[in-house]
Design a protein around this ligand. Structure first.
Ligand SMILES: O=c1ccn([C@@H]2O[C@H](COP(=O)(O)O)[C@@H](O)[C@H]2O)c(=O)[nH]1
Length: 271
């Protein structure tokens, strides 16, 4: 039987002493000019980024939005294989879920990646094909990092609590295979702390440090489970750290990943 995702992630965190998720949001018009002639510029960029960052990476998190073209998917497949060749898990940030036949098709991407983000708005049946993959990680959007998170997520329910608290509760119920985590942004440290208290058993993916200015200390103190499993993501803050540095872009990304690891490690194991 394949090892469960969160066990593999725990091993990876221990190996690199890092909870950094390196976000591969490799936006074509921000890539170095000299990569434009490459057959697949995003792949050429990602390979250099992976070479420079893998020793600090608990996982890579490509966001599917940046790869939704024929060449993009080819670049993504090369990137996934290369990350795996370095023993780094890949979490596809795709925020999937839909009606039954569509969501079954969406879930097939889990044959290629280690974990995925899903959107719970359509309910349990829309998530079931992902939840059924016991060896893969399924991160459910709970309290997101964007300003518009207040539009719906914080609404009070007649049954008590808020919508995002209800999502957190349901996620515990969906965790039959110990493969469910939550996405909780670092931009709302109070909610992050409250959700951690509400669901101590679930690992979190915490985006929003770096370019979005979220709270790195809270991301570690409340984002990680008691056993230290969890992920703190930075995408633009790492991969575009050397945007003005020509061919030294990858070294700058490596330095940025290392700095984030060291910063987060100040807060790990402090409790
Ligand atoms: O609540 C959420 C959920 C997902 N994200 C994603 O994480 C990265 C963040 O990128 P940065 O460049 O570090 O801001 C990106 O892929 C988002 O789509 C999030 O930010 N917040």
């Amino acid at each position: 039987m394949a090892t469960a995702f969160f066990d593999r992630l725990a091993d990876r965190i221990a190996t690199v002493d890092s909870v950094v998720s390196v976000g591969l949001d490799s936006q074509l018009d921000r890539l170095p000019d000299h990569l434009a002639d490459h057959d697949l510029p995003q792949w050429a960029f990602n390979r250099r980024i992976i070479d420079a960052t893998h020793e600090h990476a608990a996982c890579y998190k490509p966001n599917a939005a940046f790869y939704e073209s024929a060449d993009g998917w080819r670049a993504l497949r090369e990137t996934i294989a290369y990350a795996h060749g370095k023993d780094v898990p890949v979490l596809l940030d795709a925020k999937r879920a839909d009606i039954g036949n569509t969501t079954r098709q969406y879930a097939e991407i889990l044959d290629e990646v280690d974990a995925i983000t899903v959107n719970p708005y359509m309910g349990q049946d829309s998530l079931q094909p992902f939840l059924d993959r016991a060896d893969k990680g399924v991160f459910v959007l709970c309290r997101t990092s964007n300003p518009g998170r207040t539009d719906f997520q914080g609404l009070d329910l007649d049954s008590g609590g808020t919508l995002y608290e209800r999502v957190a509760d349901r996620a515990v119920a969906w965790n039959e295979h110990n493969n469910v985590g939550l996405v909780v942004g670092a931009t709302g440290p109070d909610e992050l702390e409250a959700i951690r208290e509400q669901v101590p058993s679930l690992p979190f993916l915490v985006p929003g440090v770096g370019a979005q200015g979220g709270d790195a200390k809270a991301a570690v103190e409340h984002g990680l489970r008691d056993d230290g499993v969890g992920l703190v993501n930075s995408s633009r803050g790492i991969i575009f750290a050397g945007e003005d540095k020509g061919d030294d872009f990858a070294a700058a990304a490596g330095q940025s990943a290392k700095q984030l690891k060291q910063r987060l490690n100040q807060y790990r194991g402090d409790d």
